[in-house]
Design a protein around this ligand. Structure first.
Ligand code: SAM
Length: 304
């Protein structure tokens, strides 16, 4: 990818998610996954002169898409530091937050980033290329047990132990560096007819581990709960069941770590009112236009 040009990413569930925020013209909003700026642009269209939007992204490339609009501030950071940066900008309360999780399609299809098994290149997978372990580092250094846990938890694979064992054997011969090196190791473990699905699960597990995606999501949701004003909205688009389960659980209980509060009858006492009880998915027309939207799930809640 050209290092200077703006990149384009077709925003998923655009109308549904921004409608879900109930944007009020003077409100303060946060798009924690700015990316190509598609959702941010739509929020700005609905925001008046006194409103403000903060856009977070940890990926350097997203900076090329920053708008020049006095109602917009870009924050180059992982969204797990949401509260810190809002405090730094002297924001005590927000009216809405949107997250469109995962990797932008441009990066997914970039052979230099290593996110996809379809493009042969370095096994990097870091969204923030300034720091942290790459996917190759993980495959070359994690113990066999740690690799098993990773594939079990994040890939929900049935043959995690065999795959982890093969990785440990292979790296004794030669360091694993590229997508092709990894695919060569995986070849005996992917069943014909299910190749795409299994490779997607394996690559997903590795990407979640590299970017600590589930931890970041949990931390951001807890901070969003504190920052949202009463009546403020939160809209989250997920692309796999691990994330969707977390979001669903959080909207229902308002918690991950502390004791979950219940009423006399045992019902959860959540600080959120769920806006869509049935998860929102892309229409057939949207899936046809943008196949990436196929796995998207949108959940919206309102702070009580
Ligand atoms: C699916 S794209 C968002 C696309 C955007 N909604 C649009 O319409 O162009 C997800 C973006 O979120 C960023 N991202 C993912 N996890 C993040 C995190 N924990 N902190 C900050 N940015 C993150 C990725 O770098 C990527 O640019």
């Amino acid at each position: 990818m050209d290092k200077t040009s703006v990149y384009h990413h077709i925003p998923v569930l655009l109308k549904e998610s921004v409608d879900g925020l109930n944007v009020c013209s003077g409100g303060i909003y946060v798009d924690v996954t700015f990316g190509g700026g598609g959702h941010s642009k739509e929020i700005l269209v609905r925001l008046g002169n006194t409103g403000h939007l903060y856009g977070f992204d940890q990926d350097e490339d997203s900076e090329k898409n920053i708008f020049s609009d006095i109602r917009f501030t870009f924050v180059r950071s992982n969204f797990r530091y949401l509260a810190h940066f809002m405090d730094w900008h002297n924001v005590k309360e927000i009216d809405g937050l949107l997250a469109d999780l995962g990797v932008s399609s441009i990066h997914f299809d970039d052979c230099n980033r290593g996110f996809s098994f379809r493009f042969i290149g370095n096994l990097d997978m870091r969204m923030n290329q300034r720091k942290g372990e790459t996917a190759a580092d993980i495959l070359n250094t994690y113990s066999e047990n740690k690799l098993i846990d990773m594939f079990d938890l994040y890939g929900e694979l049935k043959n995690s132990a065999s795959i982890a064992h093969a990785i440990v054997q292979a790296r004794m011969q030669r360091e694993i560096q590229t997508v092709q090196d990894f695919l060569d190791i995986l070849k005996p473990f992917v069943r014909k007819g299910k190749v795409e699905k299994q490779l997607a699960q394996i690559f997903q597990a590795l990407r979640i581990e590299v970017n600590k995606e589930l931890d970041a999501l949990k931390e951001m949701l807890i901070q969003a709960k504190q920052l949202l004003r009463s009546g403020g909205r939160i809209a989250i688009i997920t692309y796999h069941s691990l994330e969707d389960r977390l979001v669903k659980f959080f909207f229902k209980t308002g918690s991950f770590y502390e004791k979950i509060e219940r009423d006399f009858y045992g019902n959860f006492l959540s600080p959120f009112k769920i806006i869509n009880h049935r998860v929102i998915v892309a229409s057939d027309e949207e899936v046809k236009r943008n196949p990436r939207s196929r796995s998207a799930k949108l959940r919206i809640a309102e702070k009580i």
